[in-house]
Design a protein around this ligand. Structure first.
Ligand code: SF4
Length: 212
């Protein structure tokens, strides 16, 4: 990567990390995915359970592969269960030891914004798992809260709509139409203003683009 891009990403990422620490998130900046994966593993006690709710960023970063390769965890992988088992499985994930997630957007002042269809992803971030690790590329950083909601609904959600069997306006147009479709993947919009208890949510900002 071009040095000027690396420098800019680091300066922006470190500034957001400082903002997040003031909100009681344990926040870190890593220049590379390799560094981020090593850090994430060090935050997950060996022998404990780990689950996730479907995040392109954690897979792209290489964290899922690294967890499997380590052989050190009870892995609750939703991709391994049948559609019939998924709802019951999601309840197990909701109380795992470490829940992995990303963010649809992170504001410069350190807030995390996500939209969710079924709500399993955001609910586990709010309560249940003992620890939450959020891995997000610098591409998720936006100026203000309204930009974060806009990014979640006009960029992340319409892209996610392409990945799923849903019938939503954004699947056809690539932009949000503020739908009330039963298939909506934006049934819930959640802002994490703070980590409570302090340090329960760990955030690793990576100096590259991850997810969408
Ligand atoms: S059209 Fe509906 S599902 Fe698509 S981004 Fe907007 S609210 Fe979400």
């Amino acid at each position: 990567m071009n040095k000027a891009v690396v420098d800019r990403n680091r300066k922006l990422g470190e500034s957001v990390v400082n903002s997040m620490k003031q909100r009681h998130f344990d926040a870190y900046y890593c220049e590379s995915c390799e560094e981020a994966v090593a850090l994430a593993l060090s935050l997950m006690p060996k022998g404990t359970s780990v689950g996730w709710g479907g995040s392109a960023s954690i897979a792209e970063a290489g964290l899922i592969d690294a967890i499997y390769e380590s052989g050190e965890y009870e892995i609750l992988d939703r991709s391994k269960v049948s559609p019939e088992e998924l709802e019951e499985f999601a309840r197990r994930v909701a109380f795992c030891d470490t829940f992995l997630a990303s963010a649809n957007a992170i504001t410069e002042d350190g807030q995390i914004v996500n939209v969710d269809g079924n709500g399993n992803r955001v609910s586990a971030m709010i309560y249940g798992p003992k620890s939450v690790i959020v891995v997000a590329g610098v591409n998720k950083i936006v100026k203000a809260h309204e930009d974060a909601v806009s990014r979640a609904r006009n960029t992340a959600a319409p892209i996610n709509a392409q990945r799923f069997e849903v019938n939503t306006p954004c699947k056809g147009s690539g932009k949000c139409a503020d739908c009330k479709s039963p298939d909506s993947i934006c049934a819930t919009i959640v802002t994490h203003r703070l980590s409570k208890p302090a340090g329960r949510i760990k955030v690793i900002i990576v100096g590259t683009n991850l997810g969408f």
